[in-house]
Design a protein around this ligand. Structure first.
Ligand SMILES: [Zn+2]
Length: 202
């Protein structure tokens, strides 16, 4: 995994986005992420919308909005960057359309599989493959800590164990309730080091 871009954007990426990847072994992720203003993107990569180009290129055009602090903007890009990583992940790790992995994913998420290009996918005014989009959004929600039950499935794609199981989370929740303020703070610090995504479940 390599991230390229203006220093200012890289700083925001490492500050706001990188923590979502803590505990995830990305050493096998052969993906390149570009964070540049559209007009400064490498040749042939200009355009105004974030896009994943198979097999491994993500570009996130950065827009300067007047009256919007770059930090606010960076936070708003979190789910979009996570979504584009999702496209990389299904391309790299899910096998062919309709593979066993795809079927397992569909069962876990309650999605139906559809690999036909269509223009009728909500919120996208361009042609997409519905299952690719559904996967990218689910993956994005997982990275943002909103899909705890998917931890085992996604981590297994690149050969990792879940950092915490549903049972672990139940235990953390119970401990948090029973601990005093100081103990709660310490427990949060520990969890944050290992897996900040888990904090969102407490
Ligand atoms: Zn997408």
């Amino acid at each position: 995994m390599k991230v390229f871009g203006k220093t200012e954007y890289l700083n925001l990426y490492y500050r706001y986005f990188a923590p979502l990847l803590a505990g995830i072994d990305t050493s096998s992720w052969d993906v390149l992420l570009y964070l540049w203003p559209s007009e400064e993107m490498p040749k042939g990569m200009q355009g105004t919308r974030p896009v994943f180009s198979p097999p491994k290129t993500i570009r996130i055009p950065i827009v300067h909005l007047p009256n919007v602090a770059m930090e606010t903007y960076a936070k708003s890009q979190e789910s979009i960057i996570a979504h584009e990583y999702g496209h990389y992940v299904h391309t790299a790790f899910m096998g062919k359309d309709g593979s066993e992995k795809w079927q397992e994913w569909a069962e876990l998420t309650g999605s139906s599989l559809d690999f036909q290009w269509t223009e009728k996918y909500a919120a996208h005014p361009y042609r997409v493959v519905p299952s690719y989009e559904d996967f990218a959004w689910d993956f994005s929600f997982w990275l943002q800590g909103k899909r705890w039950h998917m931890e085992q499935f996604y981590m297994s794609l690149w050969g990792q164990e879940a950092k915490a199981t549903t049972e672990n989370i139940a235990i953390f929740r119970k401990m948090i309730k029973e601990l005093g303020k100081v103990g709660q703070g310490r427990l949060r610090e520990l969890i944050e080091k290992d897996n900040p995504r888990a904090l969102l479940y407490l």
